[in-house]
Design a protein around this ligand. Structure first.
Ligand code: CTP
Length: 392
């Protein structure tokens, strides 16, 4: 999602860069808007560096109607910290600087506020009345929390921690995101096929692409069933992602076929082993003295093809293809053979794309004849592009 983080002039502004970082890590695109007072606490350079985008802080700087173009860009506005002043201004309809103007223009989209102020200011009837007014308009308040305040006293007024604010954003997205109410299945990572009690056949897949897809789907409001092979990756707890950890292709097959019927769609990015040893020894195999060793392999079930056979009207099925020759023709053939709606083609020839790395470059082929090509992007950006393409 495209999220604007609005920062106002309270000491808790020093936590805003961490909030921006966590939102980006969760797969969102973030831009910042700050009041002049906020910039007394946190610098423009910091906010532009963590968000990777220019800061909006001056109503007249560009000479254009930037509050409107930024409002059109953003899908959610998170004000953290929100001072008594900004809460009062919005409640009274005052728009006298960049952020308050943006907030009034944002009236039809979700807004989350994380108030932060001295406990007596928070308890003041004017602030409480203003907060109630904003809530009645659908603005969601996170906190404030109780604890030690910058002025030295303890009480209710601390800004909620950035992790709490990210959780709240996720909750709002469950109800307002474009995939709200939908459930999606994602497969990720490698599979391990046991040879004996200590050895297996595996591959170099890190799971990064599948985890990025799961986070991006959750970021758009979907509930996600992530079936992953062995990987050290984790999903941040604030996400609505149910992680099913499996080891072998057959375990992945069982988990994926069980959840698919209740899903709106599935994106299968796992690097599933096509074959497994015909037998798995329950002890460590010993060298038997001869020069070589022959392992008999048998074919694993094809999860993607099975889901293609199970697919109901209205479900979307997306596969991945890693090809080295005749890439497009092979991918197109796979799309038809496995009854897919889209196939995401990874080319091992592209530097920076494929296993283990943080970037990827893909070519998305649609059953409807559509073609979408990405430049080399981070796996988070590729995930967003894939999801936008297959859900539009
Ligand atoms: N896949 C799967 N189950 C398998 C093998 C693959 O679900 N047993 C899925 C992968 O997750 C991926 C897609 O199938 O989405 C493409 O896998 P790939 O290995 O490229 O295709 P294959 O059909 O195995 O064809 P080939 O090995 O002949 O290229």
């Amino acid at each position: 999602m495209k999220i604007i983080v609005g920062i106002t002039g309270g000491i808790a502004a020093y936590k805003a860069p961490e909030l921006v970082r966590l939102l980006k890590k969760a797969g969102h695109e973030v831009r910042c808007a700050a009041t002049g007072h906020a910039l007394e606490f946190v610098t423009r350079v910091t906010l532009e560096t963590v968000s990777g985008a220019p800061l909006y802080s001056d109503l007249f700087a560009s000479g254009r109607t930037e509050h409107i173009s930024l409002k059109d860009w953003g899908e959610m506005l998170v004000v953290a910290p929100a001072t008594a002043n900004i809460i009062g201004k919005v409640a009274s309809g005052i728009a006298d600087d960049a952020l308050s103007t943006l907030l009034l223009a944002f009236s039809s989209k979700p807004v989350v506020m994380a108030p932060a102020m001295n406990c007596e200011m928070w308890a003041h009837p004017a602030v409480q009345r203003n907060v109630e007014t904003l809530k009645s308009w659908g603005i969601r308040m996170v906190g404030p929390a109780e604890g030690e305040l910058a002025c030295g006293v303890s009480g209710v007024g601390r800004m909620s921690e950035p992790e709490e604010i990210v959780k709240s954003v996720a909750t709002v997205l469950q109800h307002t995101g474009p995939l709200a109410g939908q459930r999606w299945l994602v497969t990720a990572g490698p599979t391990y096929e046991r040879i004996d009690s200590v050895r297996f056949i595996g591959n170099y897949s890190s799971g990064k692409m599948g985890f990025a897809l799961a986070e991006a789907l959750a970021g758009a409001g979907a509930e996600v069933e992530l079936v992953t092979g062995p990987t050290s990756l984790n999903i941040s707890t604030s996400r609505r992602v149910n992680v099913h950890r499996v080891e072998s292709a057959r375990e992945m097959y069982a988990a994926a076929t069980e959840v698919f019927p209740s899903c709106h769609g599935a994106i299968l990015s796992a690097a599933v082993a096509d074959y497994r040893p015909a037998e798995c020894a329950d002890h460590k195999l010993k060298k038997n003295g001869s020069e070589g060793m022959t392992l008999e392999l048998v074919q694993n079930p094809d999860i993607l093809a099975t889901l293609g056979g199970m697919k109901r009207e209205g479900q979307t099925l997306v596969g991945f293809a890693l090809e080295t020759d005749n890439e497009e023709a092979n991918a197109q053939r796979k799309l038809e053979k496995k009854n897919l709606d889209y196939i995401v083609l990874n080319s091992l020839r592209d530097k920076g794309a494929g296993f283990g790395v943080d970037t990827n470059k893909v070519y998305i082929i649609g059953r409807d004849g559509s073609r979408t090509e990405s430049p080399l992007l981070s796996k988070q950006e590729v995930a967003r592009l894939i999801i936008n393409t297959v859900t539009s």
